[in-house]
Design a protein around this ligand. Structure first.
Ligand code: SAH
Length: 215
């Protein structure tokens, strides 16, 4: 597939799947226009990169459906000076979209091979404001805390406390919570150290968050 047809497919994804379903944040839309999703999927399925569905990225994991990535990032209400933590970086696609908007993105991923691949592509695409670590993201990444927003790209059984602790007051944690099969996507706002508010964004299906505070 040539660059032109991939670009057309990208435009179509934004016009057919993102805008009509409520993605209106201009920063988010501009970021989706820039990031080449085909670079984040295995070469043999490059032509499918802009379909609105999850795709395999190795280690039994998936790159999430573009609309859901857009909804989650929009729910973080990201602004240019922000420092964002993403748990479950996988291919690095969501991290790259965020990196177009905010100052720094910290990503934690439990599979070394996925981190190595994500790092290679992020470097090749000049996303030098993304820092990755191999580890268990259910305990966050305390070293760089607090974060202006935290995105969890895998399904958790409950809200991991450490993530709320590592969030600034007024910051959002966007996370799918539920069973291994089906979850509710939440936008959680930290009001005070011991006070949060929750908003339901809809039903989703993510791969499980495995680890100390996960499954
Ligand atoms: N945001 C990714 C989607 C990855 S799917 C993208 O844009 O491609 C979810 C990822 O979460 C998987 O790669 C999985 O390995 C990872 N994961 C699951 N549990 C984790 C944990 N406790 N810490 C870090 N990563 C985890």
């Amino acid at each position: 597939m040539g660059d032109d047809s991939l670009n057309d497919a990208k435009e179509k994804m934004i016009k057919q799947h993102l805008i009509p379903r409520g993605i209106k944040n201009e920063r988010v839309l501009a970021a989706f226009k820039k990031v080449p999703r085909e670079e984040f999927v295995p070469p043999e399925i490059e032509a499918e990169a802009y379909q609105d569905r999850p795709l395999p990225i190795g280690e039994g994991q998936t790159i999430s459906q573009p609309y859901i990535v857009a909804e989650m990032i929009q729910a973080l209400e990201p602004t240019p000076g922000d420092k964002i933590l993403e748990i479950g970086t996988g291919s690095g696609y969501a991290a790259a979209v965020l990196a177009e908007i905010v100052e720094t993105v910290y990503g934690v991923e439990r599979h070394q091979s996925l981190v190595d691949e994500a790092q290679t592509r992020l470097t090749r695409l000049n996303y030098d404001n993304v820092k990755l670590e191999v580890g268990d993201g259910t305990i966050g990444w305390a070293e760089n805390a607090p974060y202006d927003g935290i995105l969890v790209s895998a399904a958790a059984p409950e809200i991991p406390n450490s993530l709320v602790e590592q969030l600034v007051k007024g910051g959002y944690l966007v996370i799918p919570i539920g069973t291994k099969n089906i979850q509710q996507l939440y936008q959680i706002k930290k009001i005070e150290d011991d006070k949060i508010t929750k908003k339901e964004l809809g039903r989703v299906r993510f791969v499980p968050l495995l680890g100390e505070k996960g499954w």
